[in-house]
Design a binder for this molecule. Sequence first.
Ligand SMILES: [Zn+2]
Ligand SMILES: [Zn+2]
Length: 195
Amino acid sequence: MTAALVVLAAFACGVVYCSFFEWTLHKYLMHRPLLGFRYPFRAHAQTHHRVFEWDETYNLQREEDKTLVAMAWWNAPVIILANSPVWFGAGMIAGLGTFNSHFWLGMVGAACSMIVYYALYESLHWCMHVPGNRWFSRSRWFRFLDDHHRMHHKRPMTNLNVVFPLADYILRSKAPGLPPVSRMAQEAREAAEVR
Ligand SMILES: [Zn+2]
Ligand SMILES: [Zn+2]
């Protein structure tokens, strides 16, 4: 029982951490070159955002642009492993500074949260730009996240979270939802359902 609680607590704290990590990575690496490192800026701001804008182009228009929705496959291990010091920190907190069983459980819980968060990022982001008749397409939470991300494509310095917009609310980067954005999102979802 305690073991499950340690894993769950580390997982929950990991999800909160991931929201701020996603926000920071998106703002400082994907929307501006940092210290001459241009790859994420080129792949995201100069490519993804140029092809997918906030209007009807938010939804995939040309089959050949499908490769520009998700990040390159190798981004997953790089981004997840770059956070390994955080897993270690979570383990140290859970184990109260010693390498006991709680240390490992804390580390596993934190690592799992990052893997799940990354998988959700790629899956949800894909479903936003490539709409289809999915079981969750009409759910309130997906419509909210879809509108949230469409607004990011209109105002790129706002709505930097895709999965869990906690950081957008706390760091005050949440854009007020403009009615035209929501209306376009609604129309695109309905069109996808008819197809
Ligand atoms: Zn996008
Ligand atoms: Zn962006």
